[in-house]
Write a protein that binds this ligand. Structure first.
Ligand code: ADP
Length: 261
């Protein structure tokens, strides 16, 4: 990968320090260790392949060699763990826009942490809080399937930019655009530690809005209609009995009635 391209991104902070690996267990795990060793805000870890890429709730993220963007970004907003989902939303919006700008594909966000194209998943995002000893930092892990030509049978809802756009894409311009978008949103977010400036844009790109979905947690599953996303980034749904529920990112998975969306 051409790291110079990424270093020349039009950002002040994100992507100015890059650790690049041919192969790594997980970019999030690596960046967590680097944060504890004193990595500065904006540092990123990129790998060509992850051997133990992570999804939410201990799930695995399939990250084969040179086909995708397997990247983690370090930011240091002074927030508690309860606000981590807001960083997930911010990163989701930035990634969605970067994919749209660089490929022309109509990427959408599946609340809270996936990007989909043509109803299939091209990207997952996993944010984790880390206490560095000096401050708190947030690791934003982003996995984008860029030039993957096929997926294992157990990932029926996975797709790549290549499969949807019928084009091989260079990864560097996508990374660069993503960092620029993310920095813009992050600067706004840091002023008031609130999503109020971007929540409307997020909702515009959110594929779940006004749709019927299944809400799946470890203990239950029920059908509901998505009504709104509040400024905290929570999903507001109406159950079939008319009662509204407010759902925190991180607690549940949202599924379509007949498939992934
Ligand atoms: P969820 O979609 O339930 O919110 P996560 O965001 O935690 O799940 O993502 C992990 C899940 O994504 C895995 O359990 C697997 O089903 C799926 N997955 C793993 N690797 C990929 C990939 N490269 N592309 C698309 N989906 C993947």
């Amino acid at each position: 990968m051409e790291l110079n391209w990424i270093k020349q991104s039009n950002t002040l902070c994100l992507g100015k320090e890059i650790a690049y690996y041919e192969e790594i267990d997980s970019t999030n795990t690596r960046l967590k260790a680097w944060a504890k060793e004193g990595a500065m805000e904006g540092s990123i870890v990129i790998a060509e392949e992850q051997l133990q890429g992570k999804g939410r709730l201990g799930r695995i993220w399939d990250s084969p060699k040179e086909t995708g963007i397997w990247m983690s970004i370090l930011v240091k907003p002074q927030i508690g763990i309860e606000k981590i989902p807001q960083i997930t939303l911010l990163a989701g919006l930035a990634t969605c826009e970067a994919i749209r700008k660089t490929t022309g594909l109509e990427a959408m966000i599946k609340w809270p942490n996936d990007i989909v194209v043509n109803n299939k998943k091209v990207c997952g995002i996993l944010c984790e809080l880390v206490n560095t000893g000096k401050d708190t930092a947030v690791i934003i892990g982003i996995g984008i399937n860029v030039n993957s030509k096929k997926f294992p049978d157990d990932l029926p809802y996975a797709t790549s930019l290549y499969l949807e756009g019928k084009e091989v894409y260079m990864r560097e311009p996508i990374i660069s655009c993503l960092l620029e978008q993310l920095e813009g949103y992050y600067i706004q977010y840091k002023k008031q530690l609130s999503l109020h400036n971007i929540i409307e844009q997020y909702k515009d790109k959110c594929i779940n809005m006004n749709r019927e979905v299944n809400i799946v947690s470890s203990t239950e599953s029920y059908r509901a209609t998505v009504k709104d996303i509040d400024v905290e980034g929570r999903l507001i749904v109406q159950k079939q009995n008319g009662i509204e529920e407010t759902i925190l990112a991180g607690e549940v998975s949202v599924r379509g009635l007949y498939g992934y969306i």
